[in-house]
Structures are given as structure tokens and as C-alpha cells.
Design a binder for this molecule. Structure first.
Ligand code: ADP
Ligand code: MG
Length: 712
């Protein structure tokens, strides 16, 4: 069954591609999803951190606002209490001191309350009585209050006199006796208890990375929890720069906002700040959160997610990979199977072809043999006739002979194809023997065809029949010529073949080339595309037969419009090439005529042969079959040579005869006349008895007899 199902192959490829895609997706998709979720979670975590920060800032804001309210009320109350008192009375009033002390004691947020006269001396306070009259006239808050009535003023940073920690104060002008437009009459100030804030903030702050600070709009940090440096709780607090960081953000959004930084000004950390302005005061409450904590908890979440996602992804990918590799190996198996089928088809095709050639060979061989006998007889008789015909009849004879010779050539080609031709292999150098043909080839082509030779300058000894080699090359050249109607180039090349220990003859042309259907049948005998009478269809089949009989092969490479290359590959032999046969010297007249026994069942052939030999000066005896010949030889052995046909009636063939003679009378020579090749004769049981190919002319027979008896 031919494997031409291209659809299923593309199907398979498509399936494989799909599986590969699946494999990629099974890895990539979870990764992408995971990254997406991670990104989203991170975004959400930050969002939540910001929202929490804002919420905390709001809570803190409410608290600070309440503290400020309370303090302002306290200051108002104190103002009322001292209304109408002179500064001397104030300074000397111990009940006032106690009152102040009670206030400061009852309200946790207040550290201390002090009353300062217009000259800047503290005249009474919640701390000691009588007051120490300490001078604060150079303090900023005092100076500000003296210059103008700013209402409630937040001052700081100041040091809490009881704890020594940094804190801040709230102050107001003492109401002037002359009303709002009256002159400055001292200041009432309270200092915030830093511990109060600390204890409150401690309750709010949960994690370590959180911080709370109060910042005035001039950048002064009034309070910070936790203390920046735990080892120095009393260190003064820093002032934030105006042009960057949190303050720059506050300038952009003065009421409230979120500020995120990777490098906070105070601690150089990644932080999120939420701030809110405290009422109308120039104060901001700032809640800070450690950004790395947000990141860290996000990482923890992601790790947890990954712990679930990774095994699932891995399993999925493994599954996809398994499916893919199984499909891939199945695909490979199918491909291998298809290749095998194709190979087998090729082999079967080759076998069919060789069987066809074999059958054709046998058929043509049989026909050719019969023709051979007839031709031999006809030629021999023509030969004899020539001596008896008057001169004016000779040209008819010549015509007949030409026709017969052409017929002989045809049968020879047929026999050659069927590989039953009587070949006479000799060892020659391929290059030399091609060079010797050059003349003949040149003469065979038209003037518009250029013949090129390309013979490798290396020794290539082959064992072939010279005549057949020449015929094969000639056939190829003629074919090439015929294929180049408008002229062209033929190249005859000889070189070592692609297989080891072979030589290759390659005849190429620039002709029309062959379409596949012609190429497939070109070697078939009688296949021709040339018109009736123009082509016999025996040229390439002869080439094929010659190559096979010589132990080689013939191949054609041709495409329409691209010319044709025919290759004959022949095995190289180790034997040394024989010297080219020199023309035998003219026969010397024998002292005594040679005595020949001719054994032939065909009376026509027998008669012609006897006539011819007698005229050549031999003394001839005859026998019509093997049995008669043997009987004759029993009584008379005095022959120089026995010439015998191979196939004869009576049970004793030429081969049997030859064997018998060799066994009993070894000095007696035998020449078998046959259309069979020496190989086919050998398979019939003949040893290396001398063989003369049929058909032959009496001249050829005589020459062969002479050469045999001479060398003997
Ligand atoms: P013939 O030459 O008598 O036709 P061949 O056996 O030599 O028979 O060739 C058989 C056929 O192969 C030819 O008829 C021709 O179609 C084709 N052929 C042979 N040789 C060539 C060539 N060199 N170029 C093109 N076609 C060729
Ligand atoms: Mg031909």
C-alpha cells in the first residue's frame, strides 16, 4: 500500500505542534497568572497599608485636636482666674499656685502651667511656690505673643521641665485690662506632657515599623513616638527640610495626604506616611509605616501561594510533556514505518523490473537463436554463391549480404540484451579502448554535433568483449545524436566509478531529455519513440545487457529539457590488459591440408560450412549429430580439429561430445559453434572449450581454425 497519505502526516505534525503549544502554555500560563496575582496582591497590600495609615492619621488627628481643645480651655480658665489681678498679686498667691497644680495634676496631658509677666519672668507656676522668677523673655513663643495677639500658639520644641524630655507648649496672651486692643500683659503657657502622648500612642501602635510624629508647618518636629534613638530619649528632635520629602508633599496637599518614600529623611528607610492637619493649627499629625514590612508580608503571602501553585503547575507541565514525548515517538515510529514501506516498494519495483527484463531476455534470446542459425546458413551460402556468380550478378549478392549483415547486427543486439551473446571477453584498458573508438564515433555524428572526450588519466583495466563495448558506446552516441535535433554537445567520459573498484563510462548530451514515462521503459527491448523504420528500440537494451553481462550495471539520468546522462559501471579487474590484437599474419600455406570434422544437424548450415572450409583449403569430413561423430572418431582419430554445433538431436550434444573427446583423446581440439555465450555454455556443462559465435562467415571460421591449430 503506497504511503502517500500526506493529509495524515500534516495532521500528525499539527497534533505535535498543538501538544508543544500545550506544554508551553501549561508552564507559561500559571507563571503569568501567578505574576498577575502577585502584582495585584502587592498593589492591594500597598493600598491597604495606605488606607490603614490614613485611618490611623485620622484617629490621631482627633486625639490631638481634643488635647489642644482641652488645653485651650484650661488656658482660658486660668486667664479668667487671674482676671483683675496685678502681677504682684499673682506672684504672691499661693492658692493660685495650688489651683494651677491641681489643673496640671488632674489633666494628664498637661505637664506644667506657668504665668509670665510682660517682662518675660515666670511669676507663678504649677511647679513650685513661690516661682523662681526664671526669665523666658527670649523664648520664641514669648516674643511672638508680645509682638501680636496670635491667639493660641504652639511653641516648641521645648524641654519638659519635670521629665527633661522634648515636648512642646501651648500659650496665649493674658487678657489685657484694656480689652482686645490693650497692651501686652503677659502670657499663660502650658507644656504638654510627652509621656501622656507616649502612653496613648503606645496603645495605638501595633507593630514595630509604625511611628507617630507631630510636625509644625515650619518643619519642627514637636514629638515623635517611638523616640528616634532609644538610648538618648532626651535628644532634641530634628527639623524637616522644606524643599523635599514630606514637607514638599504637604505644600502640595496642605490638608491631608499620603506620602511614600524609599529613603525617608529622618531614618533613610522605605516608609509610607499619612498626614493630617490638626484643625486650624499649623500642626500636622503624621503616621508612618515601614514599607519593607508591607513588602515582607507580601513576600510571605506569595511564598504561600507558590507552595500551592508550583506543584500543580509542575504536574500539569509533566503531563503535557508526557503527552508530547509520546506523540513525538509515535510520530517517529510512523515515519520509520512509512520509510520502510517506501523502501520495500522500491525493492519490489526493482525486482519486478529485473524479472521483466529476464523474461524478455529469454524470449528474445530464443528467437534470436533461431535467427542466428538461419543467418549463418544464409551467409555461408551467399559466400559460396559469390564464387559461382558472374561479375554482373555480384552487386545483387552484395545487396543481399548487406541486408543479412544488418540482420546479423540486430540478432547480435538481441542476444546481447538477453545476455546470451557469445562474448569473447578480454582484459583491456578502458581509456585505451575508448580512444581507439574515437574515429568511428566521430564518423557517426552529424557536423552540428560536437563530440567531447574526457578520459581520466588513470589505468582502468576491465574484462569486456571489445566488440560489444564499442557497440554499446556507439549506441549511446547515436541516441544522443538523435536527441539533439538542432545540434549540440556529446561528452564521453571515463573515470573510476562511485563504487569502489569500478570504472564508469558516462555519455552525456545536451538534448531533449526523457519524460519519466520514456525513462521508465528506455531499457526495454523494442521500446522506441522513434518512428517506424527509424528506431528498433534495441540500442539501450543492448547497453543494458552488455553492462550486466560484464558484471556491471547501466543507469540513466534524464529530465525533459535537461539532457541525458547514461552511465555504464563496470568492475575493474586485477589482470593486466592484453596488447591490442595485431592483425594475424597472412596464413602460410600448409604443407598438408588440415583435417576437420564438422558436426552439424542443420543440413543447410552443414553444407555451407563444408563448402566454405573446402574452398579455404581444409580437408573436411562430416557427421550429422553427436552420436555419428563419436562412432566416426572411434575408427578414425586422425583429425586436427572438430567443429561442432551445440544443440543436436540424438542424445549427444556438442558439449557432451567435447567432454568425451577431452577425456579420451585430449590432443584433439574442439571448437563449438554456438549462439550461446561461454557463460551459458558453462552452465550447460561445457568447460572452457573454444567457442565461435554464430552467425559466422566461412572466412571467420577459417581464421579461427587456423589460430587454434597454430597455437596448439
Ligand atoms: P531507439 O534508439 O532505437 O529508439 P533505444 O533503446 O536506443 O532505441 O532507445 C529507446 C528510447 O529511449 C528512444 O526511442 C528514445 O526515446 C529514448 N532515448 C534513448 N537515448 C536517449 C537520449 N540520449 N536522449 C533522449 N532520449 C533518449
Ligand atoms: Mg538507439
Amino acid at each position: 500500500m503506497p504511503v502517500r497519505n500526506l493529509d495524515s502526516r500534516t495532521d500528525r505534525r499539527g497534533a505535535l505542534r498543538l501538544l508543544r503549544l500545550l506544554l508551553a502554555v501549561s508552564v507559561a500560563l500559571p507563571l503569568v497568572l501567578f505574576a498577575g496575582i502577585g502584582w495585584r496582591e502587592r498593589w492591594e497590600a500597598q493600598d491597604e497599608a495606605e488606607r490603614n495609615s490614613s485611618k490611623n492619621a485620622l484617629i490621631l488627628h482627633e486625639h490631638v485636636l481634643k488635647v489642644f481643645d482641652t488645653m485651650s480651655q484650661v488656658l482660658d480658665r486660668v486667664d479668667e482666674r487671674i482676671h483683675g489681678h496685678s502681677w504682684r498679686e499673682i506672684a504672691e498667691s499661693e492658692p493660685l499656685h495650688r489651683y494651677l497644680k491641681t489643673l496640671a495634676g488632674e489633666l494628664e496631658q498637661i505637664g506644667a502651667i506657668g504665668l509670665t509677666d510682660p517682662d518675660g519672668f515666670v511669676r507663678n507656676s504649677s511647679l513650685v511656690f513661690p516661682a523662681r522668677n526664671s526669665y523666658i523673655g527670649d523664648r520664641t513663643d514669648f516674643r511672638e505673643q508680645r509682638e501680636q495677639d496670635s491667639g493660641l500658639l504652639i511653641a516648641g520644641p521645648v524641654v519638659d521641665p519635670t521629665s527633661g524630655k522634648p515636648s512642646f507648649g501651648i500659650s496665649r496672651r493674658r487678657s489685657s485690662p484694656g480689652g482686645p486692643d490693650g497692651s501686652f500683659d503677659g502670657m499663660i503657657a502650658a507644656i504638654v506632657d510627652p509621656d501622656y502622648f507616649a502612653s496613648y500612642y503606645r496603645r495605638i501602635i501595633g507593630t514595630e515599623g509604625e511611628s507617630i510624629a507631630l510636625i509644625r508647618d515650619d518643619g519642627a518636629m514637636l514629638m515623635r513616638f517611638p523616640t528616634l534613638d532609644p538610648t538618648r530619649p532626651n535628644a532634641t528632635l530634628p527639623t524637616l527640610p522644606a524643599d523635599r520629602g514630606l514637607r514638599a508633599e504637604i505644600r502640595r496637599q496642605p490638608d491631608e495626604g499620603i506620602f511614600r518614600t524609599g529613603n525617608s529623611i529622618v531614618q533613610g528607610l522605605e516608609r509610607v506616611f499619612a498626614y493630617k492637619r490638626v484643625g486650624a493649627f499649623p500642626i500636622y499629625v503624621v503616621y508612618g509605616l515601614d514599607g519593607t514590612q508591607v513588602t515582607r508580608s507580601w513576600w510571605r503571602n506569595m511564598a504561600l501561594d507558590a507552595a500551592f501553585v508550583a506543584p500543580a503547575t509542575l504536574a500539569l507541565a509533566l503531563l503535557a510533556w508526557l503527552a508530547y514525548s509520546r506523540a513525538a515517538s509515535e510520530n517517529a515510529a510512523v515515519r520509520r514505518w512509512a520509510d520502510e514501506v517506501r523502501n520495500r516498494e522500491r525493492l519490489e519495483e526493482a525486482l519486478r523490473q529485473s524479472q521483466k527484463m529476464e523474461a524478455l531476455g529469454q524470449l528474445t534470446g530464443g528467437v534470436a537463436h533461431d535467427f542466428n542459425n538461419l543467418l549463418t546458413a544464409a551467409l555461408a551460402n551467399l559466400h559460396l554463391l559469390a564464387r559461382h556468380l558472374p561479375a554482373d550478378g555480384q552487386r545483387f549478392l552484395a545487396g543481399a549480404r548487406t541486408a543479412l549483415e544488418r540482420a546479423e547486427k540486430l540478432t547480435r543486439q538481441l542476444l546481447s540484451f538477453s545476455r546470451q551473446d557469445a562474448v569473447n571477453p578480454t582484459v583491456v584498458d578502458l581509456g585505451d579502448s575508448l580512444r581507439r573508438m574515437a574515429d568511428l564515433m566521430e564518423r557517426s555524428v552529424r557536423a552540428d554535433v560536437v563530440l567531447g572526450w574526457d578520459i581520466a588519466p588513470v589505468p582502468m583495466a576491465i574484462a569486456v568483449d571489445q566488440v560489444q563495448l564499442e557497440m554499446a558506446v556507439l549506441n549511446l552516441v547515436l541516441n544522443a545524436r538523435d536527441a539533439m535535433r538542432g545540434g549540440g554537445r556529446i561528452r564521453i567520459a571515463a573515470a573510476p566509478g562511485p563504487e569502489p573498484r569500478t570504472a564508469r563510462i558516462k555519455v552525456s548530451d545536451s538534448g531533449a531529455g526523457m519524460p519519466p514515462e520514456v525513462l521508465a521503459r528506455a531499457f526495454d527491448p523494442f521500446f522506441t519513440t522513434k518512428g517506424v523504420g527509424k528506431g528498433t528500440g534495441l540500442g539501450l537494451s543492448m547497453v543494458y545487457g552488455f553492462a550486466r553481462q560484464s558484471g556491471g550495471s547501466a543507469t540513466i539520468d534524464s529530465r525533459p529539457g535537461e539532457g541525458t546522462h547514461v552511465c555504464i559501471d563496470l568492475p575493474l579487474t586485477d589482470a593486466r590488459p592484453e596488447e591490442p590484437a595485431t592483425v594475424p599474419a597472412a596464413p602460410v600455406a600448409d604443407i598438408r591440408p588440415l583435417r576437420i570434422l564438422v558436426v552439424e544437424d542443420n543440413p543447410l548450415v552443414l553444407m555451407a560450412t563444408v563448402e566454405g572450409l573446402t574452398q579455404e583449403g581444409f580437408s573436411v569430413e562430416t557427421a550429422e549429430d553427436g552420436v555419428t561423430a563419436l562412432a566416426l572418431l572411434e575408427t578414425d582419430r586422425n583429425f586436427d580439429l572438430v567443429v561442432s554445433d551445440v544443440v543436436m538431436p540424438g542424445g549427444v550434444s556438442g558439449i557432451d561430445l567435447a567432454r568425451h573427446i577431452r577425456e579420451h583423446w585430449p590432443q584433439l581440439r574442439v571448437l563449438l559453434a554456438s549462439g550461446y555465450s561461454p557463460e551459458s555454455l558453462a552452465t550447460m556443462g561445457a568447460d572452457t572449450a573454444s567457442v565461435l559465435a554464430k552467425p559466422f562467415t566461412p572466412n571467420q571460421l577459417a581464421a579461427r581454425i587456423r589460430s587454434l591449430t597454430r597455437t596448439g
